[in-house]
Design a binder for this molecule. Structure first.
Ligand code: PXG
Length: 296
């Protein structure tokens, strides 16, 4: 018997994976014109769903993309897709493309945006890295300036991050640190970066070119609960080299220690105590909060 296929939400219908197809004239494909979100499901609940939907709609508004659904409908479609696939733990990729148009950049030639919701799983880094911490290199590829494209728009054009990811992999590291045009640390290819020094925590401000990460916000709140001061500060590679601990946050990565930058150990080269405490607190929160899915 054939394996059960994942059901994909595509423009109002749940269709089997093999039938979930879009046009070659979709501007999402032709130009990377569209927006997306990556969202986690923990223990039968969608984590920070409202926050992700709000960011999706803000990304769309920023690129003048008219959403074909209102936010409540998008929420229902997302929950319906998770339920239909019976996923209690997993990962949702919400994609809105500019839709089908003519050849040529003009988005006004695309009458209707397309909505794709995939509910599946994601594994960003090998399991051993979650215990031992991951290695970083500094990428030569810079984050574009907000004047080129706002880092706040989670657009379908991720080539900048992909080029940086290639550098990291070719350099033998798990993840790449991306600097902004001024040489300050912005973020990693799909994660925000934090350092711990002298018991305090520092992370680059959004204005350095970092995405306003939802996991970043969660980490800042959890640190506050732990009585730890977390400040936004301009960071350079020097600050990471001389930090006691370093960790990354992201929906796909969750909270994960980074123990090496450019072949130099960070702190003692092992996941730090504060990072480990934060990882535990994150797991508790992620597994006990979120929008409940009603399964058939
Ligand atoms: N920076 C960038 C550039 C991102 O794309 C984050 C930071 C972390 O943000 P959140 O809100 O997730 O805490 C992201 C998010 C993937 C993948 O497939 C990447 C992200 C999200 C989901 C999946 O690698 N990036």
């Amino acid at each position: 018997m054939a394996a059960t296929q994942t059901l994909i939400y595509l423009d109002g219908k749940l269709v089997p994976e093999s039938e979930a197809k879009i046009s070659v004239f979709d501007h999402g494909l032709l130009y990377g014109d569209g927006v997306f979100e990556g969202i986690r499901i923990y223990n039968g609940r969608v984590f920070k769903l409202t926050e992700h939907l709000t960011r999706l709609y803000e990304s769309a508004r920023s690129i003048l993309l008219t959403m074909p659904l209102i936010m409540q409908e998008m929420e229902q479609a997302t929950l319906q897709t998770v339920a239909a696939n019976g996923l209690r733990d997993g990962y949702i990729r919400l994609v809105v493309t500019r839709g089908v148009g003519s050849l040529g950049l003009n988005p006004y030639q695309c009458p209707k945006a397309s909505v794709i919701i995939i509910a599946g799983t994601i594994k960003l880094y090998p399991e051993k890295v979650y215990g031992e911490g991951l290695t970083l290199i500094t990428c030569a590829t810079r984050r574009p300036s907000p004047a080129a494209l706002s880092p706040q728009v989670k657009s379908l054009n991720y080539l900048n991050n992909i080029m940086a990811k290639i550098e990291a992999i070719q350099g033998g590291a798990e993840e790449g640190v991306m600097l902004n045009e001024q040489g300050y640390v912005a973020e990693c290819t799909g994660d925000n970066l934090f350092i711990v020094k002298g018991g305090e925590v520092f992370t680059p401000p959004i204005s350095a070119g970092a995405l306003d990460g939802i996991t970043r916000r969660v980490a800042i709140d959890l640190l506050k609960e732990m009585g730890v001061v977390c400040q936004e500060a301009s960071l350079t590679r020097h600050d990471i080299f001389t930090a006691d601990e370093c960790f990354l946050t992201g929906t796909a990565a969750e909270v994960i220690a980074a123990v090496e930058l450019d072949r130099r150990s960070i702190g003692d080269g092992k996941p730090g105590l504060l990072t480990q405490k934060l990882v535990e607190k994150f797991k508790v929160l992620a597994n006990s909060t979120g929008t409940a899915v009603t399964y058939p």
